[in-house]
Ligand binder design. Structure first.
Ligand SMILES: O=C(O)CCC(=O)C(=O)O
Ligand SMILES: [Fe+2]
Length: 279
């Protein structure tokens, strides 16, 4: 049977153009090695379902109470709620990152709590362009708050793309709060990326409790939400305590984006940048 999914903006066939993620377990003792090798770790059943289920119910309830519009957005009013922080700043997650870094970890205070509607998908990028002013060891954990089949919008990664030198060095030099650019995504086509740089695209149906961790240099995107339901997920950042932080996202005086979300005119385009970078 042909199993078509839309990844970023491109239709792909599962098990032909894009494949299942390699699975890891938090007890594995080669997590760091695997993360460096593949650019990601997919951990099945990491969180208790009940914890995530009740957080999701609380989020949906607060969306109603606060009259938050149903458009796709970051739920900035809700990410500091205890029911969110009990998950995304849990002991369990901190110990996992302490283990990966082999030292004490810290987390950025800002959390990217997302509500994603039908028809929406995230295009291909590396997180460095949004949060690259601190540690190069920064890691993202992407945590869905419901069973998330590919058609609801899952995280997709380009395996081993953290080793694409041209992407890391050139695209990775972009800072969206320095360069005026409206659309800083590298591409909306996974096959364009694999043709140019190599790598195999991977994603999965995520069961509630599954998470994926990836590096600041790993190319990733999401599959498109083709359902009439909303996807709720949260992506959060961890890094070793003894490294520089990006103060847009860390500490009580964090600024968030200072340019990116306001840009409209005099922008450079990704097409121009790609031709300048010769990628
Ligand atoms: O959830 C999404 O659609 C995008 C997530 C993402 O880009 C990230 O976690 O860094
Ligand atoms: Fe991202």
């Amino acid at each position: 049977m042909m199993n078509k999914i839309t990844v970023a903006k491109e239709e792909l066939i599962f098990n032909h153009d894009i494949y299942s993620l390699n699975k890891s377990h938090s007890n594995d003792n080669d997590l760091n090695k695997k993360l460096n090798q593949d650019g990601y770790l997919y951990l099945k059943h990491f969180f208790e379902r009940s914890l995530l289920n009740s957080a999701r119910e609380n989020i949906i309830n607060d969306i109603k109470i606060k009259n938050i519009t149903p458009k796709s957005q970051m739920l900035d009013e809700l990410y500091t709620k205890k029911y969110v922080l009990d998950i995304v700043e849990s002991e369990k997650l901190f110990s996992l990152f302490d283990k990966i870094f082999n030292k004490k970890s810290i987390t950025y205070d800002y959390k990217w709590l997302r509500l994603i509607n039908q028809g929406d998908s995230t295009d291909i990028h590396i997180d460095k362009i949004y949060m690259g002013r601190g540690s190069n060891k920064l890691l993202t954990a992407w945590i869905p708050f419901q069973d998330t089949p590919m058609e609801l919008g899952t995280l997709a990664v380009c395996e081993k793309s953290n080793h694409f030198e041209d992407v890391v060095r050139k695209y990775g030099s972009l800072d969206v709060d320095i360069t005026s650019i409206n659309n800083p995504n590298l591409s909306s086509s996974p096959t364009e990326i694999s043709k140019k740089f190599g790598g195999i695209w991977k994603t999965n149906d995520f069961e509630l409790g599954d998470i994926i961790i990836f590096s600041i240099n790993t190319l990733h995107c999401s599959t498109m939400n083709k359902t009439n339901k909303q996807r709720i997920s949260c992506d959060v950042r961890f890094q070793p305590e003894d490294e520089n932080v990006d103060d847009r996202w860390y500490g009580p005086n964090r600024t968030g984006h200072t340019l990116f979300e306001n840009v409209k005119e005099n922008t450079i385009t990704m097409k121009e940048l790609k031709s300048f970078w010769k990628i």
